[in-house]
Design a protein around this ligand. Structure first.
Ligand code: HEC
Length: 149
């Protein structure tokens, strides 16, 4: 019995890792679909932007009426909440925790439930950015009166 195993020449496959060029990450990030970022120049009510023009002076009294018509159903006439939605006069919605932007986004996109158990907030149609600014002004005013700031 021969103990000499014939060596099969060329049995060694040199697996040379091919220097592959990293996948060219063509980051075709097509800008955020959120559109305008409050550029302010163009008429934001036209649907492109969702922030009011820079320098827009919000009207809290008008905001109150708009809130009653569009938000009170869930957030309550005094923004103190209902069985359908949370109070906005709540420390969690103070400006430092939910900036005004959260309002514009909530109105435009709706809200996935993450703080409460009321379920999602659907987008609210028919409000231009100025209207939301007015609503925010009123809510902030009410928050200040409730010492939430
Ligand atoms: C159909 C009910 C409903 C209506 C109408 C509604 N909301 Fe809401 N909203 C909710 C609920 C529910 C939440 C809480 C979601 C969570 O965080 O659990 C919420 C959350 C929010 C938040 C917090 C967003 C965040 O980033 O956490 C804001 C701001 C808000 N609503 C503003 C408004 C405004 C302004 C209007 C009117 C233009 C409005 N909502 C109308 C149900 C409603």
């Amino acid at each position: 019995m021969s103990a000499v195993a014939p060596q099969a020449g060329g049995g060694v496959v040199t697996a040379r890792p091919r220097a592959r060029p990293g996948p060219a990450v063509v980051a075709g990030l097509l800008g955020l679909m959120l559109g305008g970022c409050g550029g302010g120049e163009e008429d934001s009510a036209s649907g492109g932007g969702f922030l009011p023009p820079a320098g827009y002076v919000a009207d809290a009294a008008r905001g109150r009426a708009l809130f009653q018509a569009n938000c009170a159903r869930c957030h309550g006439a005094g923004a103190r909440g209902t069985g359908q939605g949370p109070p906005l006069l709540h420390p969690v919605y103070r400006p430092g925790h939910h900036a005004d932007l959260a309002f514009y986004l909530a109105v435009r996109n709706g809200v996935q439930p993450h703080h409460w158990k009321f379920g999602p907030m659907p987008p609210v149609r028919g409000l231009d950015p100025e209207a939301v600014a007015d609503i925010v002004a009123w809510v902030r005013q009410q928050q200040r009166m409730a010492a939430i700031q």
